[in-house]
Design a binder for this molecule. Structure first.
Ligand code: NAD
Ligand code: TDX
Length: 337
């Protein structure tokens, strides 16, 4: 299948992970054609894919996943869908949950129905998140999320993502739609919108501004390089079993305070640049992913997430690409300083 011609519709391909995935797939599968279907919300940025915009294998369609007619038109001739499009920032979901329910739940349903109606989609990869499992306690480092862990989402973001996952799986059971679901941990790398903690902290420090650390800073995230994630999604697209869920993690747990200290060290700033701020509401304590299933069944492994080298490379990317992030920092956001 890797060498054959395919036409893939990627939703949300102008965002952080989607744009990295488009570029990655065009490199790894040169005979494939890509349709990038994206509404260009605040998080969607054509500049993320400026280098491939004129490639004849790439087509951009400005469309919303809640628009059935536009979707049916864009899906014509496509054999697969990789569904990244979502409202993705937890703090925004706490400020206003409605766009999250609208895009992540209703939009996913409209997209699933469009695929069902078309009847030509051979594979639908739904991109989920580890946050649907809720949180793990700090004092049980032996515990990790497996695909069998019950869903217990705590934020409006993760609740809307859990609803999207379950809808996608229900379309497999009920209608035989060829769905596979992935659930990944926190990504880092180039082109991440500077509201998420790593690009926010790095760009603040480049500008001599302090970094707002929530609560006691002891919350733990499992960090995975975005290209490791892209490699996992490609493996699931090509070889994942229909109706299954695959967890994807970096085996790279870091507390926020430790992450902040590493960033400060790598940029050459002191701890005085930390600004402790009020905690996030409903702030999940710890995420940790057990990736045994995707490792043993699909042979995937994270190879680019070694800490702190991979973090240092990412920091260098933001240092070298100020013209990419400066316009984004000007925009209003609940967390962008
Ligand atoms: P992002 O916010 O950077 O990008 C989202 C993209 O979706 C944007 O291009 C936006 O324009 C588009 N979009 C939003 N609403 C749309 C709509 N109604 N119709 C069409 N397009 C729309 O997000 P990201 O960080 O790249 O995350 C991509 C996916 O991966 C999401 O589903 C997210 O839940 C999931 N995920 C993200 C992470 C992470 O660490 N960033 C981890 C695990 C899973
Ligand atoms: O200013 C901040 N200060 C801070 O201490 C911000 C923005 C975050 N944090 C903390 C909160 C989290 O514990 O850093 C941690 C990471 O925060 P985010 O970058 O907002 O990511 P998170 O909430 O963990 O969610 C991310 O990973 C899972 C993505 O945004 C989701 O889309 C994905 O599903």
């Amino acid at each position: 299948m890797a060498g054959s011609e395919r036409r893939i519709l990627i939703t949300g391909g102008a965002g952080f992970i989607g744009s990295n995935f488009v570029r990655f797939v065009m490199h790894e599968r040169p005979r494939w054609r890509i349709v990038n279907y994206d509404a260009l919300t605040y998080a969607g940025n054509p500049a993320n894919l400026a280098d491939v915009a004129d490639d004849p294998r790439y087509e951009f369609v400005h469309g919303d996943i809640r628009d059935r007619d536009d979707l049916v038109h864009a899906l014509s001739g496509c054999d697969s869908v990789v569904h990244f499009a979502a409202e993705s920032h937890v703090d925004r979901s706490i400020a206003d949950a409605s766009p999250f329910v609208s895009t992540n739940v209703l939009g996913t349903q409209v997209l699933l129905d469009a695929c069902r109606e078309l009847g030509t989609i051979e594979r639908f990869v739904h991109i989920g998140t580890d946050e649907v499992y809720g949180e793990l306690p700090l004092d049980r480092p032996d515990l990790k999320f497996t695909e069998q862990t019950p869903l217990k989402p705590n934020s409006p973001y993760s609740a809307s993502k859990a609803a999207g996952d379950l809808l996608a799986l229900s379309y497999h059971t009920t209608f035989g739609l060829p769905v596979v679901v992935t659930r990944c941990s926190n990504n880092f790398g180039p082109y991440q919108y500077p509201e998420k903690v790593i690009p926010l902290f790095v760009t603040n420090l480049i500008d001599g501004q302090k970094v707002p650390l929530y609560g006691d800073g002891l919350n733990v995230r499992d960090w995975l390089h975005v290209i490791d994630h892209c490699e996992a999604v490609l493996a699931v697209l090509e070889r994942g079993e229909l109706g299954e869920v695959y967890n994807i993690g970096g085996n790279n747990e870091q507390s926020n305070i430790k992450l902040t200290h590493t960033i400060l060290d790598l940029i050459g700033c002191g701890k005085d640049m930390i600004q402790p701020v009020e905690d996030r509401l409903g702030h999940d304590r710890r995420y940790a992913i057990d990736s045994t299933k995707i490792q043993s069944e699909l042979g995937w492994r994270a190879t680019r997430s070694t800490w702190p080298e991979a973090l240092a490379q990412t920091i260098d990317w933001y240092k070298s690409n100020e013209s990419w992030w400066r316009p984004l920092k000007q925009r209003t956001s609940p967390t962008v300083a």
